[in-house]
Design a protein around this ligand. Structure first.
Ligand code: HEC
Ligand code: HEC
Length: 210
């Protein structure tokens, strides 16, 4: 029994290694990913994921695990904000699993750009919330999950350099459960609009540091 488990784990590992290798070395698959990224996704998310319009999230330097999970959520129609529904459900529908993984990998390898500074008082309040939370309002420090420089990890998304407008909209969607993620619902529940703007302004100002 134990041996069989070890063997099947071994097979699964070999298969997943094989899959990752195939993607890196298969020039046709790589070309397809680049064609979709440049020909389709770039229309909204910008060249190499450096989006200009604040409605469209920056994808450059985001973690591959997170990107893949979001594409799966759009395709599975579980990320249900009206903009997700209006823009991304249709985009993700025709993507198969290996193309989604390829696109996630592609964007995770693009270098994030320098942040854009905002109002100094808002940035200062935002930094305080991000690094220390606000215990009176029941808000935990964001840094414990998203990291001290907001670079994120394999388990938590990068937030540094993201557009204020997009960040605020996601925080509202977590609050009202249109984007249904229990952990962020709990975190964002007590965030007032001014504090949301402050933390988003601070995050947009952060650059590529990892
Ligand atoms: C017509 C515009 C448009 C196109 C084209 C588009 N997207 Fe999007 N994308 C959006 C919008 C708008 C959002 C934010 C949705 C929301 O607010 O919930 C988004 C969100 C995302 C997210 C979530 C990012 C995050 O930080 O959570 C990923 C990943 C993504 N898109 C990948 C892609 C990929 C890959 C393609 C190409 C196959 C693509 N998008 C094409 C508009 C677009
Ligand atoms: C306990 C861990 C934890 C804490 C603390 C936390 N987050 Fe998150 N956050 C997450 C997870 C997990 C996700 C990914 C949700 C998903 O899978 O869609 C996330 C996602 C987000 C997103 C969406 C990013 C995107 O690209 O769409 C934003 C914005 C965000 N968090 C902001 C914050 C802010 C601001 C704080 C502090 C007030 C904070 N988070 C504290 C775990 C946390």
């Amino acid at each position: 029994m134990k041996n069989r488990l070890v063997m099947s784990l071994g097979c699964a590992l070999l298969m997943s290694l094989g899959g990752a290798q195939a993607q890196e070395t298969d020039p046709a698959a790589k070309l397809k990913v680049e064609q979709v990224a440049v020909g389709t996704c770039a229309n909204c998310h910008g060249r190499e994921g450096h989006s200009i319009s604040p409605k469209f999230p920056v994808l450059a330097g985001q973690h591959a695990n997170y990107l893949l999970a979001q594409l799966q959520a759009f395709k599975g129609q579980t990320r249900g904000d009206p903009d997700a529904l209006g823009y991304m459900w249709g985009m993700a529908a025709p993507l198969d699993e290996s193309l989604m993984a390829g696109l996630a990998d592609y964007y995770s390898h693009q270098t994030p750009r320098a942040g854009r500074k905002g109002d100094p008082a808002l940035m200062a309040r935002g930094m305080d919330i991000y690094q220390h939370g606000d215990s009176a309002e029941g808000i935990p420090p964001c840094a414990v999950c998203h990291g001290p420089t907001a670079a994120g990890t394999d388990a938590y998304p990068r937030l540094a350099g993201q557009h204020v407008q997009y960040l605020m909209k996601q925080l509202r969607s977590f609050q009202n459960n249109l984007r249904n993620v229990a952990v962020m619902h709990g975190v964002a529940q007590g965030l007032k609009t001014n504090d949301m703007r402050a933390v988003a302004t601070y995050l947009q100002s952060l650059g590529p540091a990892t």
